[in-house]
Structure formats: C-alpha cells, structure tokens
Write a protein that binds this ligand. Structure first.
Ligand code: SIN
Length: 430
C-alpha cells in the first residue's frame, strides 16, 4: 500500500500539467498506464488554440460555440478563452518553443476558426509540449512517476474518493490519497477505426460509472475528417487539419472539390461520408500538390515522412483520407474547477466533460482544455487540501482483478451503445 497527498492517473497533457501546478510541498504520485510517451498528447499535430489578445476573446468564444452547435457550457467556454493566453505563456516559461519569427508567435488556422489563432511546433506540437512537461516533472522531487501501472478501480466510501487500485507487473497496488485526479484520456482504443492510442480504453470513465459518479454528454463523439486511409486495421494516422488550414483541398474521385475544407469537423466528416457512399470507394483524396514543396516538407515534417514511409509523397501525390474516431467530448461531469460529483475526485482532459466543446470540438481546443482546467484543478487542490484528512478503507479489498478489468471495458461500451445505437459495429468487441 502506498500513501500520497495527490494521486494523478494519466500522463497526457492534463495529468502532467496538473502535477506541475500543484504545490511543491505536496507528495504527488503520477501513474501512467504504459510509458509517459504513449499518450494522445504525444500524437497531437495541429497545435493549441489561444485568443491572440484581449480583442480576440469574444470571437474565440463564438467560434467554439458555433463549432459545438451551441450545446457548450458557456461559462466554461468563457474560462477557456480568457485563460488561454496565460497558459500558453506558462508553457513557454516551462520551455516549449512554439514556431515564431524573432519571438513573435506564428498562428495557423484550422476548421471553423474565424482567424489564425493556433500556436504550433511544426506538426508535432503535442510531442513538443509533452516532452517539455515530462522534463520538468522529472526534475520535481515531490512527484513520483509510476509507469506501466494500470488503473483497475477507485477506492471509495460514502461518495468520497480515497485513492485507486492498480496492477503493476501482475501485482495489485493500492494507492491511498487525499485527492485523486483522473486524467486517463479518451475512448479511441475501443474503436476499430480511430486516430487515438490503442491503450485509451476509457479506464477513468469505467471506474466512474461503476461508482455512480455523474457522467455527461457521452453521445458526443468526434470523427476527424482526414485520417489517412489504409486497408490494415491499425491506429489511423492523422493528416492534420492545419494542412487544410494552410491550403490543402479535398477532392472526390472525379477530381472535384465538394466541400469547404474549413467548415467545422462534423460537417466536413459528413460530406466526406456522403462522397464515400456515392463513389463506393472507402476514401476521398486530399491534395496539397499545389503548395510549395519545400514549405510543405519544412512545416509538416511528420506528415511528410509518415506518408512517405507508406509510399505517398504529399508534395506530389493525392492522399487517401477518411473520417476516423478522434475525440470524446463527453465524459465525467465536472465543474469549473474540474471537481466531479464524488468528493475529493477531480477529472481533467479528455476523460472529463467541462462542457466546453459542446457537441463538436473546435480544432486545437483539446490541449488548451487540458491546460486550463487541469491548472484550475491544481489551484483548487492547493487551496483546499490542508483541510482534507486522509482516510483509509479496506472495503474494496476482495476484488477479482481479471473480472474487473474485463468489466471496465464492457461498462463503457454498454453506456455508449445506449446513446449511440448507430455506432454498434464500430467497437473492437463487436
Ligand atoms: C489536427 O491537427 O487536425 C487535430 C487537432 C485537433 O484534434 O484539434
């Protein structure tokens, strides 16, 4: 059994940033299901949205609401936009080197943004951010990292979270904490066809469901319009929306444009699916051939080299693309400080539902949500943790780990299917 002040489950941007924003006198345990590098954050290409200045806040709020089909939580959207700039600045202070000219940030555009407001590090923004945060985490003496440690259940009593139960090297570990933060990411690993890391199977969501923690909007699942189409059934490689933001266009099999490429994602995905149905071919084509080839290689080195490995030269060839599951807007319901309906339990990042994204997330708002709301969680914990007594229980001590592990996935898929009957053949276990 292990004790700590704050237990953080998950090592994507939200988990890492929460840890770095906690007081240095708190004893923090950060748990990663596999390694610190295997997160969706690491895969994020496009960038991070931010209001460019005070004048841009209103328009950023409106773009986020419009993309979300006005099903967003307005208060959360205001917080997101207003606190965006200070969090980008904090990332720069931690050492992230966003693309810039003489210190002036370069902003790119993606679908449904009315202006260029996305900061980026070429087309591997997530990796650059994660690497910097990890470097900072490893320097902090108060943060202990456990890799290859899998969440099985929460330890909870009377609607109070007392910690988590994990498996590591086949052995059970109980971690008792004053406060627990779930930052376990999304659900893409449950889908046959997703851009997400395969390990992301809704672990945080399942333990929340089992303990009756409130969940919200779980029918809101986003499909990214332009994942690279490949016949083999593996994780889909993303072709960033920022490539369209920089001028790439979508073509049908007759070589015609059929959609405004910078509409919100749900609309572009729908139009592509219509084309796919019409043409009876499982993909449409993305063309960047008219763009300057050395610019493309320099601005999108990751996409260029990954496509080249598969025999596609994006400076010369058309790229086959199709929609793939990409993001989960729903999740564990949280307030503006990321608190769940269970005492001493917070949720941040994709596992949480702040309501910021509404029905359809605006491009490049996911890393931003992870930053803004995990920092708010940390600030709330910093303020209140001294008043929390560490409690212990042995109530959960007789659990069957194999059975719970199987049940965790089943629980999530069952809940999703209740709301999204149309996705019944999309899950790996179908
Ligand atoms: C992309 O680069 O197209 C993905 C960014 C995001 O999911 O917001």
């Amino acid at each position: 059994m292990i004790n700590c002040d704050v237990l953080i489950v998950g090592s994507g941007v939200a988990g890492l940033y929460a840890a770095l924003n906690l007081r240095r006198d708190l004893n923090v345990i950060l748990v990663s299901k596999t390694t610190l590098k295997e997160s969706n954050t690491y895969l994020a290409q496009g960038g991070i949205s931010t209001a460019k200045d005070e004048e841009d806040i209103e328009s950023f709020i409106e773009d986020t609401l419009r993309a979300g089909n006005y099903k967003n939580n307005l208060e959360a959207v205001k917080v997101l936009a207003k606190e965006s700039m200070e969090n980008i600045k904090r990332l720069i202070d931690f050492g992230v080197e966003f693309d810039n000219i003489d210190g002036r940030l370069l902003f790119t555009k993606e679908g449904a943004h009315s202006t260029n407001r996305i900061v980026h590090v070429k087309d591997w923004t997530g990796k650059a951010v994660a690497k910097t945060l990890i470097k900072n985490i490893l320097k902090r003496k108060n943060i202990k990292v456990y890799e290859n440690t899998k969440l099985i259940d929460l330890i909870a009593e009377d609607n109070k979270c007392l910690g988590g139960i994990f498996i590591r090297d086949g052995k059970r570990i109980d971690v008792h904490s004053k406060v627990t933060i779930l930052a376990t990411g999304g659900i893409g690993g449950l889908f046959k066809n997703s851009t997400n890391q395969r390990i992301l199977t809704g672990d945080g969501l399942s333990v929340a469901i089992r303990h009756g923690v409130k969940i919200k909007d779980i029918e809101f699942i986003q499909f990214h319009p332009t994942a690279l189409y490949e016949e083999k059934d593996e994780r889909r490689f993303l072709i960033s929306e920022s490539l369209r933001g920089e001028g790439a266009v979508l073509l049908n099999h007759k070589g015609e444009r059929f959609v405004d490429e910078l509409l919100p994602r749900d609309e572009v995905s729908l139009r592509i699916l219509e084309e796919i149905k019409r043409s009876k071919k499982p993909y449409v084509l993305l063309s960047a051939r008219h763009l300057n080839s050395s610019y493309l290689r320099d601005r999108f080195p990751n996409i260029y080299s990954e496509c080249l490995k598969r025999g596609i030269d994006i400076t010369k060839d058309l790229v086959p693309v199709a929609p793939a599951q990409h993001y989960f807007m729903g999740g564990i319901e949280v307030d503006l400080f990321s608190k769940t309906s269970m005492d001493n339990l917070y949720a941040v990042g994709e596992v949480s539902c702040t309501g910021v994204h509404g029905e359809n997330r605006l491009a490049s708002n996911s890393l931003l949500e992870g930053l803004v709301f995990s920092r708010r969680a940390a600030q709330d914990i910093n303020k209140n943790i001294d008043g929390i007594r560490q409690l212990k229980t042995c109530k959960n001590s007789l659990i069957n780990i194999d059975e719970i592990e199987r049940e965790n996935k089943r629980l999530v898929i069952k809940e999703l299917k209740k709301k999204r009957w149309d996705l019944k053949n999309e899950f790996i276990d179908d």
